[in-house]
Each structure stands twice: as C-alpha cells, then as structure tokens.
Design a protein around this ligand. Structure first.
Ligand SMILES: *[C@@H]1O[C@H](CO)[C@@H](O)[C@H](O)[C@H]1NC(C)=O
Ligand SMILES: *[C@@H]1O[C@H](CO)[C@@H](O)[C@H](O)[C@H]1NC(C)=O
Length: 456
C-alpha cells in the first residue's frame, strides 16, 4: 500500500518536471518573443527613377536566436507608409553572411562568407525576401519551429554573423505606363546595356537588366514631382534559441529552373539554370476565343533532404494567378494564390498584388522524401504580355529528428536531453524532493514497524 503510494508520488514528480520542461520549450503563449523595428539607410527616388540598393551590416537582432516572422514596408521621411503606386517595392531580401570582426566596409571585402538558403538556385541566396505582397502575407514560423541563426558554434573564428539588405524600388509617380515601369519594360527605360555594361541579349524585352539602380522610366511630359527620401522599415520577431525548438531549412524554388548548373571548372559562367525572371507571351487567338488566356509554367527540382513542410508561400508579380508545388507522385504539397488590392490605401492598392496566401500544414502531415522530385507550377494570366515576372516558391522544412535508438546512442546530444540538462535545477529539485519523500516514508515505516513490534 505505502509502496504504491510512493511510486505514484514519484511518477507524479517525474511527469510534472517533464511537463514544466515541455511547456517552457513550446512557448505557446508567445510571451517570450521579441519584436525589433529597424530603418534601412535612406534612398532618394525621383519620379520614374529606380533604386537597387545593397546595404551591408544592417541593424539586426543579434545572438543565438530563432527568427519567427518578418514584415517590411517603404516609408517616407515622416515614417508614413508609401503606397505601391507611388513607390513600387519590386523586391527586398535579407542575406546572411559572416564578416570579418573589425572590418569597416563589408561591401568591398572579398573575405565575406555568404550563408545561402538550402534551395537549389545559386543565384537566389536570400533567407528572407519578397516584394509588393509583403504587407498582407503571413510570415509566422509556427511553434516549436524557428529559423535558427547566430549559433556561435557555427561562426568561424574571427568572424561575426551579419546581414545584407537588398531593396529594389521603382518610383512610378507621373510615369507614362505604371505597369510597364514595374515590369521593367526595356522600351520605357531607354537602356541598351545591363548594369555591368554588357549589351542586352537580342529579344530581351524586359526584366531586371533594364531597371537596375539609377535607371529611369519614362515620365509624362510636364509632370513635376520632386525627389524624396525613402526608407525600408523592417520588423523582425524573434526569440532566444532554446534547445527544444526545432530548426527549419529554407528552400526557395524557381519555376524557371532548368536544372543546369555552372560546372566547377567553369564557375565564371553566369548562365545559371535559374533565370529568376521570365516573360509571359500574350495569349494566342485560340485562347482568346475560348476566354482561357492562361500561361502555365512548370519546373522539376530535386530536394536532396526531405522532411516536414512547416510553411510555404509563393512569390508572383502582377498577372499572377497562383502557384503550387507537388510531390513526385503528384500529391499536392502546398499552393499559394495572390491577393489583389482594390483600393488606395497602402496594403490595398488596386491592381497590385498586396498579399499571397500561405500554407501551414498540420505538423507532420505533409512531408517530402529525401531526393524527391518536386514539381513547381506557376500560373499567370496572359490576356496581356508580361515581362520580368517571377515564380518563386519558398518553403520551410523540418528535417526528421533522430529516432529513439540513435537518440540514446547520441546521449546528451539530443535537444530533449540538452533541454533537461539546461534545466538541471528541475531535476535537482525533483531529486531532492524524492530523497525527502523516500526518507519520510522509510522513517514512517520504521516507526510503524516499531509500533507493531511494541504491540506484537
Ligand atoms: C536615351 O539615351 C540616350 C543615350 O544613352 C540619350 O542621348 C537620350 O536622350 C535618351 N532618351 C531619352 C528619351 O531619355
Ligand atoms: C493553374 O492552372 C491549371 C490549369 O487551369 C489549374 O488546373 C491549376 O489548378 C492552377 N494552379 C493554381 C495554383 O492556380
């Protein structure tokens, strides 16, 4: 009788200490998350002008942390959000890198080491990065997952983890053709060479090679508008990294990916398999007659390491009708469709993509196998021709955690045990209470035995 009571007590103790550890780990109430708001350096844009800026070593949350969500928007000198029809946010991206400690200028340094996302495209390296849709797109990484950054064990000696911000914005106040300027139509930009001075390819009608930094889109005659100072205001939500969090890998797929990669012997070759942008040709007469002006683009990409999809979202430009990814057997993995604005206020600008729908599969319900061939599909309306459009798909993947047997053989390396070890005081307390209880029970037993003896 007393023995079973003792075991119940011990069981309750063990359960309650585990429960304490688990709830601390999951942080379900969100109370331990921090929010940091930063401003990029100012950039000046006048009507029709383009800014494509790269800011190294920007202000960013430091330390070993989990990134949980982000937000960004273009604001003016008074901090007021600027609508997309005045300043079109073509894209912005955050790139993670290690820079030398004490370095003054990372921009000119050959010593910096970029930490790319885990996706297959060498020229799409950002960790975080979207465009006009930022204001109404969910970016929250669900618990217990997080984008792990700043792990001191991974940062090389003499280096520091830093972030590079790229902002590409087009001022379309007073321009002749707003959509044309935002689609970087070469005919509106009066350029014949790209940003590096190389002549444009024959037949290149629009895209980033025509709207690089300091290019100028055609403005209506007689339009008067001054230059203005703008900023990207970006907000990061994050938490201190704790071992019970599960890190996710970032994969960015590109629907223009042909699978071709520069060979190591010819690494100067810039003809990557990922073109990032593409042209949507106008609908043919058959499509027009059927009222089906739809351009469907597909790519097949291999995911070397699989896992559970935790979050997914696509990136498309105006004209986009939705994008999806599928597994090798055709099962749907995630789809994401654009939200078009229908008003004037920032976040709801008519005709612009102001948000993208996202996927949050129930943890463990949607997974990709190691080496699985994933199909990316991007749909655009081709009722009009579009230039410089994108079809990116961004997913967060949690790789399977070690199984119990490997977990035991790895001993204290697993997050669970590390977390327990980090909470040594819980164990110590549990141990202490156990000792007290055991001692009390044994004393009681001795007393009662003595009592019985006296009476026996
Ligand atoms: C186009 O560029 C050329 C030189 O690159 C310049 O002479 C010409 O004035 C420009 N045209 C317009 C309309 O800006
Ligand atoms: C893309 O278009 C095809 C053909 O109409 C359609 O079956 C599919 O559902 C579309 N996908 C998305 C994500 O919109």
């Amino acid at each position: 009788m007393r023995d079973s009571q003792l075991w119940m007590l011990l069981l309750a103790l063990v359960l309650s200490s585990s429960f304490l550890v688990a709830t601390r780990g999951f942080q379900g109430d969100g109370s331990s998350f921090k929010t940091s708001v930063f401003m990029s350096p100012p950039f000046n844009l006048k009507p029709g002008s383009v800014g494509d800026k790269f800011y190294y070593d920007i202000p960013f949350p430091r330390g070993h942390i989990a990134l949980k969500s982000f937000f960004a928007e273009v604001v003016d000198d008074n901090g007021n959000p600027v609508p997309l029809y005045e300043t079109y946010l073509h894209h912005w991206g955050l790139f993670r890198y290690y820079g030398e400690e004490g370095a003054v200028d990372d921009a000119g340094s050959s010593k910096i080491i970029f930490i790319r996302n885990s996706g297959p495209c060498g020229n799409v390296g950002q960790y975080v990065g979207i465009g006009s849709e930022t204001r109404k797109t969910d970016t929250w990484v669900p618990d217990p997952y997080g984008i792990e950054i700043g792990n001191p064990a991974e940062i090389p000696q003499g280096y520091q983890e830093r972030w590079l911000l790229n902002v590409h914005a087009i001022d379309t106040r007073g321009v002749e053709d707003r959509l044309g300027c935002t689609e970087c139509k070469c005919s509106l930009y009066n350029v014949t060479v790209d940003a590096r001075g190389r002549p444009l390819d024959d037949g290149y009608v629009g895209g980033l090679h025509c709207c690089y930094d300091q290019t100028q889109c055609r403005v209506k005659g007689g339009f008067n508008g001054g230059a203005r100072k703008l900023y990207l205001r970006y907000t990061m939500r994050w938490a201190e990294w704790i071992p019970s969090m599960i890190p996710v890998k970032i994969y960015i797929f590109d629907v223009t990916d042909t699978g071709d990669r520069p060979s190591p012997s010819n690494s100067a070759n810039t003809q990557f398999g990922c073109k990032v942008e593409y042209t949507v040709p106008p609908c043919d007469s058959v499509g027009e007659a059927n009222g089906k002006c739809l351009d469907v683009k597909r790519a097949k990409v291999v995911l070397p390491h699989g896992g559970d999809i935790v979050y997914g979202v696509a990136h498309q430009h105006t004209g986009g009708l939705g994008s999806a990814i599928f597994g090798e057997d055709g099962r749907p993995l995630c789809s994401s469709t654009p939200l078009y604005g229908n008003g004037e206020e920032p976040g709801n600008e008519a005709g612009y993509i102001v948000g993208m729908s996202t996927c949050y599969p129930k943890p463990g319900s949607v997974s990709i196998k190691d080496g699985e061939l994933v199909t990316v599909v991007s749909n655009y309306s081709n009722a009009h021709m579009h230039t410089g459009v994108m079809g990116l798909f961004y997913i967060l993947v949690a790789e399977p955690r070690p199984k119990l047997n490997t977990l035991l053989s790895q001993g204290l390396a697993s997050p669970w045990f590390t977390e327990l070890a980090g909470n040594w005081w819980v164990l110590a307390l549990a141990g202490l209470i156990m000792i007290v209880v055991v001692a009390a029970v044994f004393r009681k037993r001795n007393e009662s035995e003595g009592y019985e003896r006296v009476n026996g």
